[in-house]
Design a protein around this ligand. Structure first.
Ligand SMILES: [Zn+2]
Length: 210
């Protein structure tokens, strides 16, 4: 059985009686859309980078892993869709999954941006020390300070910082991490400062009374 690449009609006559396109034109439109949609998706993953740079979430690495998995899945689907289109096989189910994945990086980027940009709650201050640091060559060049966690959940935090902060802190340094709660509840790193011993540290800001 063959399917119309444009509307999914089964065994379409030439031209398709449902959408009026010839097989050749339907194939051309299908490929062009596939390329456009893939490009829109990749732009969304690019938009994530400035959002994560301005308002770096505390769990940035987990988000990057998630985005990487979604990107790999979407690109794989684009390849499979193209192959199935060449063989004239049914596309509808995969096409629906592909389209559902397309807005994800855009939504995640927008969420991070709004989460930080509209967050007016004063950041809480945690005093901790740097255990080690980590960077990687390449296009994105992540800079992470690994610090002892102040939270009950984990023993270490991987703080996303800029290149300046990365180079000025060393293992053993005491630091003040300012973490804002985020409008959408995604905590993000407001700043990392050197902790000067002897200075009185304000208690974490607690704007909400119980
Ligand atoms: Zn059709």
């Amino acid at each position: 059985m063959r399917y119309c690449l444009n509307c999914g009609a089964e065994n379409p006559p030439e031209p398709c009686e449902n959408c009026g396109l010839t097989m050749q034109l339907a194939a051309f439109i299908f490929r062009r859309r596939l390329v456009y949609f893939t490009a829109i998706f990749l732009l969304g993953t690019m938009a994530f980078l400035p959002a994560a740079k301005d308002y770096p979430p505390l769990e940035l690495d987990q988000m990057l892993v998630f985005l990487g998995v979604v990107a790999a899945l979407t690109l794989l689907l684009a390849v499979v869709l193209d192959q199935r289109a060449r063989r004239g096989q049914s596309l509808e189910a995969l096409r629906r999954i592909f389209r559902a994945l397309l807005p994800l990086p855009w939504m995640l980027s927008l969420l991070l941006f709004v989460n930080g940009w509209l967050d007016k709650t004063p950041p809480m201050i945690a005093v901790t020390h740097v255990v080690s640091k980590f960077t990687m060559p390449g296009l994105v060049r992540p800079h992470r300070l690994i610090v002892q966690s102040w939270r009950a959940t984990g023993r270490l935090e991987r703080l996303p910082v800029d290149e300046d902060d990365y180079s000025r802190f060393r293992a053993g340094d005491a630091v003040e991490v300012r973490v804002a709660p985020g409008l959408a509840g995604i905590p993000w790193v407001y700043s990392v400062l050197r902790h000067e011993p002897g200075l009185v540290i304000r208690a974490p800001a607690q704007p909400h009374s119980p």
